[in-house]
Design a protein around this ligand. Structure first.
Ligand code: NOJ
Length: 760
């Protein structure tokens, strides 16, 4: 008892001292910023709200002009899109040496999945379900970005997406709010660390707030209309998790939400973000999303800029609506001095917290860049992260792992393709540093393996698609041979081999921004190639490159094995070869549902039951289903195979009845019953059987990634807390209602075992 009291006393003292320290630091900051702002003119205050590019187009039209002069005149708060410490230093020099008040600039960039060492695309990383690893990926990215002079990154992107036609599904963590929230928080911790003034951390910017992933028909920038309960329950949690983890900035999204563009949406930017969640940082718009409100139809530039500021937007990315109209709006009483001051203060506070007033060049050191970027250890990490992100979709007769002997025919447009290994967003990544599949296989296979190669087809023969992709970046190399000549060569090559490894899929920019697709099958020329390869009778392993779930029913039925490698990054080929030859046993699990056909979209595991669910054994008539396809996806959320096999016990609960805010545990026994050591992601889902808001059929509430040696058995214990039983009720408050709950555990969202408990 005495010891316990002492412990509590120490704990309270530490908390008190910490609170006192924070209070003193805040007071110091407040005084500094108050003094600074008292010297600022109105124009200089508005200048801090202006974010520019160095004068080129980044992800939209070129707007930023006369950038150096603007910095000198105090009309710029930050720049993004500058490459390298030297140029950054030059721009910072103008701000801190030549502007009247010497206020330093932010330097931002889209560092999305690695900076120079590129990791798998975020959708791929999310399939690792490995939260410490994802945090580490952000930490390495921060170290490289900071060494390159940057202090601000536009990541994590946490938009929940249920529509694989939407190209930007590649940039996020899939469809689930629980998994997405864990990843969002981990990335913020990885980028920001514990100290934003350290020289290996950068300020994160969670985006795109909010609901960008729910664009109608999966078409980029499209309209979003959603009930508040749905947004609170399924779409907003990852943004909130980033805020709870202390993210320094938030980016508003391009889309409208319920008729009001997100960039001027008071409900989102002020009521939810600041008032409910207590966000203390600043909000930046997306690229020209202020001026795009003119197209949305909510007013001219002056009107929309005032709307945005009043709604809670602090910084205008590129549109210069704030810069050119806020003064007039103040004179006309459309915004107040306080509106401008609040936004300016938030921007300055962020600079203060980053230590930029003490050392504006903290992140800018050419020597550091030379020694911290693309190091051997970062490349090794990229290789390991990639291996953990791959999802084994099919492996009949254990054709994988491949033997290190015999002849392998490596076929396909992505087998020897350095240009397309990195995926979307790799601004500083350089594709000529990537390891291709053929290189990787040769590095790993050893001299007993004879590797033959044929391209077999282009990534696409669709001229509209090829033009749209290649106009931006030449990623689809159109061969001078006819499709038939390429197929003939591929078939002749396959005929000489023991096994065919077909590297198929998308070009890097077939997903990402402005890369929505209405047909998400493999391109016709690749399907023709695959059909020809299958007709040789040789076993065919597909290595699939993709930034989205694809329609793969035919492939799933006909090929022997399929490994989804997403876009693996700098170390692509080595990581793929490691997995194909079994140096690493795949453990990835899908973070998005793969539909059977495009007509099933949106399809997601945490759907509602409807009043007419199709239960097993039911006839079709008058049920919620389709005439021409079943309701099941091709691969469910959480799915992914291993070279070994695992068995799961039923979940065993510590209690079958709980009351008040009591919790309970669920224990599952998992055994590795196959022939390889391996990792398994043990998943826990809950279903509230009766509730005042119609509940989803199941929701992920926990997962643990465990390693089991061949023959080993482990018990996995999940805590189920009161908060796990809560949902957003009619008044948008979280509630847990008494009644029966189903607890489901298993290796994916479909193959679960179930038990129940009651909340009194
Ligand atoms: C537009 C994109 O939507 C956003 O994700 C990105 O951070 C900005 N452009 C800046 O490049």
């Amino acid at each position: 008892m005495k010891k316990f009291c002492l412990f509590i006393f120490c704990l309270l003292s530490i908390l008190f001292l910490k609170a006192q320290q924070t209070f003193q630091q805040d007071q110091k900051m407040n005084k500094f910023i108050k003094d600074l702002m008292s010297k600022m003119t109105l124009d200089e205050k508005i200048g801090q709200l202006n974010l520019v590019t160095p004068g080129g187009a980044v992800t939209g039209s070129v707007v930023s002009k006369d950038v150096d002069a603007k910095i000198r005149n105090g009309q710029v708060g930050g720049i993004f899109g500058i490459n390298g410490p030297d140029q950054i230093r030059q721009a910072q020099d103008i701000a801190v040496k030549n502007s009247r008040l010497h206020i330093p600039l932010f330097f931002g960039l889209d560092v999305i999945h690695g900076h120079r060492t590129i990791f798998p695309i975020p959708l791929g990383l999310s399939c690792s379900w490995d939260i410490p690893m994802i945090q580490q990926s952000a930490h390495i990215a921060a170290t490289e970005a900071a060494a390159d002079g940057l202090n601000w990154v536009y990541s994590p992107m946490v938009d929940i997406a249920r529509d694989p036609r939407w190209g930007r599904i590649a940039e996020g963590s899939g469809e689930d709010p629980y998994l997405g929230s864990q990843i969002a928080a981990a990335m913020v911790r990885g980028y920001q660390g514990n100290d934003l003034t350290a020289n290996n951390t950068v300020m994160a910017c969670v985006k795109h707030y909010a609901l960008y992933g729910a664009a109608e028909a999966g078409r980029d920038y499209n309209t979003v209309d959603m009930s508040r309960i749905k947004m609170m329950q399924y779409y907003l949690p990852p943004y909130k998790a980033a805020v709870d983890a202390g993210v320094g900035s938030v980016m508003s999204s391009f889309n409208e939400v319920d008729g009001i563009p997100a960039t001027a949406n008071h409900f989102l930017l002020t009521e939810v973000l600041r008032n409910q969640w207590g966000f203390k940082g600043f909000v930046v718009s997306d690229y020209t999303s202020v001026s795009e409100m003119i197209n949305h139809g909510t007013g001219d530039l002056q009107t929309v800029s005032a709307q945005a500021l009043k709604a809670g937007l602090d910084m205008d990315m590129v549109a210069e609506g704030f810069l050119t109209t806020l003064k007039k709006s103040l004179q006309e009483g459309k915004v107040t001095q306080k509106d401008i001051d609040d936004a300016c203060r938030r921007v300055l506070e962020a600079k203060y917290k980053m230590g930029l007033f003490d050392d504006a060049y903290r992140h800018d050191d050419t020597q550091c860049a030379a020694t911290s970027i693309l190091t051997d250890s970062n490349r090794l990490a990229a290789r390991q992260f990639a291996e953990h992100s791959f999802v084994l979709l099919k492996n009949s007769n254990n054709i994988l792992p491949l033997k290190k002997s015999g002849t392998i025919a490596l076929i396909g447009p992505l087998a020897d393709n350095q240009r397309n290994m990195l995926g979307t967003w790799n601004i500083r990544g350089q594709y000529n540093e990537d390891v291709t599949v053929i290189q990787g296989i040769k590095n790993i296979a050893g001299s007993d393996v004879n590797v033959l190669y044929a391209k077999g087809s282009n990534i696409s023969d669709d001229s509209m698609l090829v033009t749209n992709i290649n106009n931006f970046a030449k990623q689809i190399d159109v061969d001078s041979r006819t499709p038939q000549q390429m197929i003939d060569e591929a078939v002749a090559t396959a005929n000489k081999a023991d096994v065919v490894v077909a590297c198929l899929g998308e070009a890097a920019d077939m997903t990402g921004e402005a890369s929505s697709m209405s047909d998400i099958r493999l391109q016709q020329c690749q399907r023709n190639l695959l059909q020809a390869l299958l007709s040789t009778g040789k076993p065919v392993v597909v290595v699939l490159f993709n930034g989205r779930p694809m329609i793969l029913g035919w492939e799933n039925k006909n090929v022997n094995a399929m490994l989804d490698v997403w876009f693996p990054g700098t170390e692509a080929g080595n990581a793929i070869a490691d997995v194909l030859f079994g140096s690493y046993n795949p453990s990835g699990k899908l973070s998005t549902t793969f539909p059977q056909n495009v007509g099933q979209i949106p399809i997601y595991y945490n759907h509602k039951n409807t009043g007419r669910p199709l239960n097993p054994g039911d006839g079709h008539k008058f049920k919620s289903d389709y005439l021409d396809v079943t309701n099941e996806p091709l691969y469910p959320f959480g799915y992914g195979l291993s070279y070994t096999s695992f068995t799961f016990s039923d979940p065993v609960l510590s209690k079958t009845t709980i009351s008040g805010t009591e919790g309970l545990t669920a224990t599952v026994t998992v055994s590795n019953t196959g022939n390889y050591d391996g990792e398994e992601v043990v998943q826990l889902y809950l279903h509230d059987k009766v509730a005042s808001i119609t509940p989803p059929v199941k929701e992920l509430k926990g997962f643990q990634k465990i390693f089991l040696k061949k023959g080993e058995t482990k018990q996995v214990v999940f805590n189920i807390n009161h908060s796990d039983l809560m949902f957003y009720g009619k008044d948008l408050q979280l509630v847990a209602e008494p009644g029966e709950f189903e607890v489901m555990t298993g290796p994916n969202s479909r193959d679960v075992r179930m038990t129940t408990f009651t909340l009194k």
